[in-house]
Design a protein around this ligand. Structure first.
Ligand code: PRP
Length: 182
C-alpha cells in the first residue's frame, strides 16, 4: 500500500481543528434554520466529507441532496468552465437551500450554481464553505454566509479535497509537496 502522508508538506488543519470548525458552523446553522424547510445540497465530490460531518452537527429538520459539477479537471487551476454532471433529485421551490462546499477558490463554480438554483425559486439560498482560499488582490465571485476557515493560496488536499482524485481520504487538510504535482 502506498502511503499518502509523505506527500504532504505541512498540516494546515488537524482533525481537532476541523471538529471545532464544523461544530461552530453546525450551531450557527441550527440557530438560523429553526422552523425552516432546510435542504443541504453538497457539491460532489469534494464536499461529501464536510457534508457528512456538518449534517450531524445540525440539530434541526433537514433534507439532503447532491449535485455534481465539473470545473477543475485534474490540474491545480480553476478552468472557469462549469458543467452540471448530476442534477438534484429534489424540487427546491419554496425551500431553504444551503449549498455545502469544501472549498471556495475563484467562486466561479458557486456563482454558476447560485444562478442556476435561484432560477428554481427556493425560499432562500445560501452557501456554507469549509475553506475559503485567500488570493491576494482577487475578489471572489460569491459571498458565502458560512465560512469554516480561510486558507492560504496553496495546493491543499485532504478532508475531501483531491489532487487527481487522490488524498480525499486524509482526515486533515494539508499542503501538497510541489514535487507531487509539478
Ligand atoms: C472544487 C471544489 C469547488 C470548486 C471551487 O471542485 O469542490 O466545487 O472546485 O473552485 P472555484 O471556486 O474556483 O470554482 P472540483 O471541480 O475540484 O471537483 P471535486 O469536488 O470533485 O474535487
Amino acid at each position: 500500500m502506498e502511503a499518502m502522508h509523505p506527500d504532504i508538506e505541512r498540516v494546515l488543519f488537524t482533525e481537532d481543528d476541523i471538529k471545532g470548525i464544523v461544530k461552530r458552523l453546525g450551531e450557527q446553522i441550527t440557530q438560523d434554520y429553526q422552523g425552516k424547510d432546510l435542504v443541504l445540497i453538497a457539491v460532489l465530490r469534494g464536499a461529501v466529507v464536510f457534508m457528512g460531518d456538518l449534517m450531524r452537527t445540525i440539530d434541526t429538520r433537514c433534507a439532503i441532496d447532491f449535485m455534481a459539477v465539473s470545473s477543475y479537471g485534474d490540474g491545480a487551476k480553476s478552468s472557469g468552465i462549469v458543467r452540471i454532471v448530476k442534477d438534484l433529485d429534489m424540487d427546491i421551490k419554496g425551500r431553504d437551500v444551503l449549498i455545502v462546499e469544501d472549498v471556495l477558490d475563484s467562486g466561479l463554480t458557486l456563482k454558476y450554481l447560485m444562478k442556476n438554483l435561484s432560477n428554481r425559486h427556493p425560499a432562500s439560498l445560501e452557501v456554507a464553505t469549509f475553506l475559503w482560499k485567500d488570493v491576494p488582490g482577487r475578489t471572489t465571485a460569491v459571498d458565502p454566509k458560512y465560512v469554516g476557515t480561510h486558507c492560504p493560496n496553496e495546493f491543499v488536499v485532504g478532508y475531501g479535497l483531491d489532487y487527481a482524485e487522490r488524498y480525499r481520504n486524509l482526515p486533515y487538510v494539508g499542503v501538497l509537496k510541489p514535487e507531487v504535482y509539478s
